[in-house]
Write a protein that binds this ligand. Structure first.
Ligand code: ATP
Length: 251
């Protein structure tokens, strides 16, 4: 029997969870052309490698292309040579797209909101330019669960970032192929692959609600090591009759 090293076991587990998410949520179909959002962080670097590898299998046949969006008004340094080299070594074409936003035009919105809104817009623009029908983002299971907890706590809404979001109006589908991958494994992958750290220099960056929710998720898993699976399952196990009714007749 083959003996795997600890690092090989981590990579196998990660790839299995990645493949499980792709198949379970039917994220990839024959003929897809997928644009990968490559921020330079560990999650999208991992996404690029995993999707590039999967694109070599026979069925479904799909192609990938990577884009890094730069915001010219933010002194946020990205190592473009590294990102381009990393993509091209995997056989994936790399595009660099620059845009900007002006935080003074809409002071009701935070710079972080404006930045991510404009980045999303840029991703759509490049996807259209490149003839892509899907955009893949590097969000993983922890991101999705943290967003669920944030939406419950701050928005009073039971929602999160879904593995697949079909946007008919824009003829575009957002996919999150790492939806079942754990962040702990991605941290290990970054070590194994020696991902170069992105130099973050954003003047607006501060501690967010997301980092607080990371701690909440961590505490829940200390209470119950299976907590993340329960949280995931509860999203498809809505027991309506045991919840407050939607309309007055139920009262
Ligand atoms: N500048 C960018 N250019 C292209 N895609 C991006 C960019 N920033 C973010 N994305 C995409 O959006 C996803 C979520 O972004 P977010 O800012 O939460 O992640 P991150 O912490 O910057 O980096 P990563 O998720 O790659 O570790 C990324 O995984 C990536 O797919």
């Amino acid at each position: 029997m083959a003996q795997f090293t600890e690092d090989e076991k981590i990579m196998r587990r990660l790839e299995q969870r990645f493949n499980k998410g792709v198949v379970k949520y039917r994220l990839i179909e024959d003929g897809d052309k997928i644009l990968i959002g490559l921020s330079g962080g560990k999650d999208s670097l991992a996404l690029l490698e995993l999707l590039a590898r999967r694109s070599r299998i026979l069925k479904p046949k799909f192609t990938v292309i990577a884009v890094h969006v730069g915001m010219t008004n933010i002194p946020y340094q990205s190592d473009l040579e590294y990102l381009k080299g990393y993509s091209e070594d995997l056989g994936v074409p790399f595009v660099h797209y620059e845009t900007f936003f002006d935080p003074s035009t809409d002071t009701r919105k935070s710079p972080c909101f404006l930045c991510s809104w404009n980045r999303r817009k840029a991703l759509f623009t490049v996807a259209k330019e490149q003839g892509c029908n899907k955009i893949a983002l590097g969000h993983h299971m922890d991101d999705i669960l943290e967003t669920l907890l944030m939406n419950i706590t701050f928005q009073g809404a039971f929602s999160t970032m879904p593995p697949k979001l079909v946007m008919r109006k824009f003829e575009m589908t957002i996919i999150r192929p790492m939806c079942l991958v754990h962040e702990a494994d991605l941290i290990e992958m970054a070590r194994i692959r020696g991902f170069r750290k992105q130099i973050k220099d954003c003047p607006y960056e501060s501690l967010s609600n997301r980092s607080n929710m990371k701690e909440v998720l961590y505490s829940l898993e200390k209470m119950n090591p299976e907590a993340r699976y329960s949280l995931w399952k509860c999203m498809t196990n809505i027991q309506e009759e045991l919840l407050p009714g939607m309309n007055e007749h139920d009262l």
